[in-house]
Every structure is written in C-alpha cells, then in structure tokens.
Design a protein around this ligand. Structure first.
Ligand code: ADP
Ligand code: MN
Ligand code: MN
Ligand code: MN
Ligand code: MN
Length: 337
C-alpha cells in the first residue's frame, strides 16, 4: 500500500516564520527523499527562480493519519549548489550544536499559546466583552474558568503518538491560554520536536475551528503575554553551581542581551514590560526563584547546587532553532574558557 509523508518546513514569512507542509504519496517501502516547493509563495524565492529544495532531516509517525504515514521535518536549500537557504535557521543550530555537543546541551521549552475564535477573540472571553480578571485561570479547573481542555488533551495524545518529547501541559494565567513543554533534549532535537508539536496544534485547530495564536501579547492591558521560557543546562551545569552562575553572567555580558532579544521573537517590548512576571526588555537580571528576572535559577537548583537555568525572555512566537543556537553558542563558548 502506498503511504503518505507530510513534508514540513519553516517558511520565510516576516517577521515571524511559520510552518508549511505538503503531502507526498510514497510507494510501499520507498523512503522520503529530497523534494521541492514554490519559494515565491512562501517569501523564500523570486518567481523567476522559484524552486527551493526540501531536505528531510527528521521523521516520526503521523498521529493524525495513523498507519504507516509519517511527518518529515525538512531543511531548505538552494537549487544551485544545495547550500542552506538564508531562512534555514536549523542549519545554524546544527553548526553550533556540532561545535559544542561535547558539553551535552539540554533544553526544555515551555510553549505558551492562545486559542482564538475565527474573529480573533480568545477562548473564554465573552463575545464583545471581558472575563473576570486574572487569578483563577492558571492551572485552574471548572467550566467557568477553563476553555479548550479537550483540544489540549487531544494535542497531547498526538504528540505522544508521534514520539515527541512532550513533558507536560498546563492552563495559563490568561483565559484561553495554554502551555506545553518539550524536553529535555539537545539543541536540535528539542527544536525539531517543538516545531512538529506546533504543526500538530495548528492542524488540530482546523478540526475545531480554533486558531492557535503564538502572538506574544494577544490581549493588550492587564492580561499576561505568551512566552517560550527556555530551560537550559550543560553537563557542567548539571554537576555544579559555578557553571550555573557563569552561564547567567555570560548571558549578561555587554551586547549579549540585545543579540539574544533580536532572536527571541516579535513584540518583545510589548511583552517584556517588567509586569506580568517579566523583566523589562532593556534590563538584564538573574535571580533565584525570581519570575521578575530575565533569567531565573529555580529554587531547587539553588538547593541542590546544580541543575539548569530558565531564560524567561523568548516570546511564544520565536523560532526555537534561533533560540537554541543563541543559547548554546553564548553559554557553551563561555563555559569552554
Ligand atoms: P515552570 O513553569 O516552573 O517554569 P515547567 O515545568 O513548565 O517550569 O518547565 C520546566 C522545563 O525544564 C521542562 O520542560 C523540563 O523538561 C526542563 N528541564 C528540567 N531539567 C532540565 C535540565 N537539566 N536542562 C534543561 N531543561 C530541563
Ligand atoms: Mn503546484
Ligand atoms: Mn511552565
Ligand atoms: Mn507558563
Ligand atoms: Mn517557566
């Protein structure tokens, strides 16, 4: 029986790259090979030289279609010499990981997102109005507080069936806002799995007519934004406290915060205001248990004198390949000294 491979790739949409996909029918036993697409329709090429190459790099079962069907994550490459396409952020993450993989970098990404109706209004917000202020919703339970849980459960099942390293889920501070975590996994794996988990989320949203938004500040005013907290460790950080502090200091070196924020997604100034469990975008700080710092050292890590740090700054709409490449490069190069 022929089977279906859903090829996934990251496009060139500005300012926030998105995931695209298309289907290839393969003969029984055939492997998914290189393929291509029309880059002039994804902001990745001009019309007169439109073909962009898809190079499979990771595949897993397709839990939506089931059977032998698969999802195939691809990198994008230029036709002329098969070099990486300028929008291929995974290529950079691959190079950085190759350079520092002896430090065994591990990531846990907390993807927050908001369920919107097709008018762009969050689930749990009455039409033309607002719900009760924030307070009861985070990790809440009950019909008046919680909206979309069936979808969350179904998404979690899909991630597990695909073999993704989903680590947990929770309802967030704003109604209609949710989180799932992927990890701990290395620089490349965590981002591959995160992008596929996003694909499954958006794809599932089609069935329910729910638009899954990664916007960093979907509701202006006194409503929490959506981030992608990035938990990070190396083998040295998992064994001692000095490397934990060295990592926090490396992230605060001259010029480093600005370089990181540039890769942490769109709408950083709107979300990192200093309120709603954030530090201001123009200040860098770290602290134990401090959810108002740029980087938090979890309480347990301070107790154990080893573990990981949490960079709280990345936005929900950031490209995980960009985040993990920045983090691996900054911290691992400092710890290598
Ligand atoms: P919180 O909401 O309290 O900030 P979460 O439980 O949502 O934390 O996320 C913590 C994440 O940290 C999890 O995804 C987990 O996999 C990850 N994590 C745990 N230990 C490590 C580690 N040593 N290195 C990197 N990530 C880790
Ligand atoms: Mn066509
Ligand atoms: Mn969390
Ligand atoms: Mn959260
Ligand atoms: Mn967190």
């Amino acid at each position: 029986m022929p089977y279906r491979a859903e090829y996934l790739w990251i496009d060139g949409t500005e300012p926030t790259a998105e995931i695209r996909s298309k289907t290839k029918i393969l003969a029984d036993g055939a492997e998914p090979g290189i393929w291509g697409f029309d880059g002039s329709s994804t902001n990745q090429a001009s019309g007169d030289n439109s073909d962009v190459v898809l190079e499979p790099v990771f595949s897993c079962p397709d839990p939506i279609r089931g059977g032998d069907n698969i999802l195939v994550m691809c990198e994008t490459a230029l036709t002329k010499d098969r070099s990486s396409h300028p929008t291929n952020t995974r290529a950079k993450a691959r190079e950085v990981y190759e350079k520092y993989k002896d430090q065994e970098p591990l990531f846990g990404l907390e993807q927050e997102y908001t369920m919107l109706d097709l008018n762009g209004w969050p689930a749990g917000f009455p039409a033309n109005g607002f719900p009760e202020p924030q307070g009861p919703y985070y990790c809440g339970v009950g019909a008046a507080k919680i909206h979309g849980r069936d979808i969350v459960e179904e998404h979690t099942t899909l991630c597990i069936e695909a073999g993704l390293m989903i680590a947990g889920t929770n309802a967030e501070v704003m109604p209609g806002q949710w989180e799932f975590q992927i990890g701990p996994a290395d620089t490349l794996t965590v981002a591959d799995h995160l992008w596929i988990a996003r694909y499954l989320l958006f794809r599932l949203g089609e069935k329910y007519n729910v638009e899954m938004s990664l916007a960093a500040k979907p509701m202006k005013g006194d409503w929490n934004g959506a981030g992608m907290h990035t938990n990070f460790s190396t083998n040295a950080m998992r064994e001692g406290y000095d490397p934990i502090i060295a990592a926090c200091d490396a992230l605060g070196e001259d010029g480093v915060p600005a370089k990181h924020l540039a890769g942490y997604g769109v709408g950083i100034e709107e979300r990192l205001t200093g309120a709603h469990e954030t530090q201001r975008y123009d200040q860098y700080s770290y602290g134990v248990s401090d959810r108002g710092a740029s980087v938090r050292i979890p309480w347990q890590v301070e107790q154990d004198k080893k573990g990981y740090i949490e960079d709280r700054r990345p936005n929900a709409n950031a490209d995980p390949y960009v985040i993990t490449a920045l983090m691996t490069e900054t911290v691992c190069s400092a710890l290598a000294k």
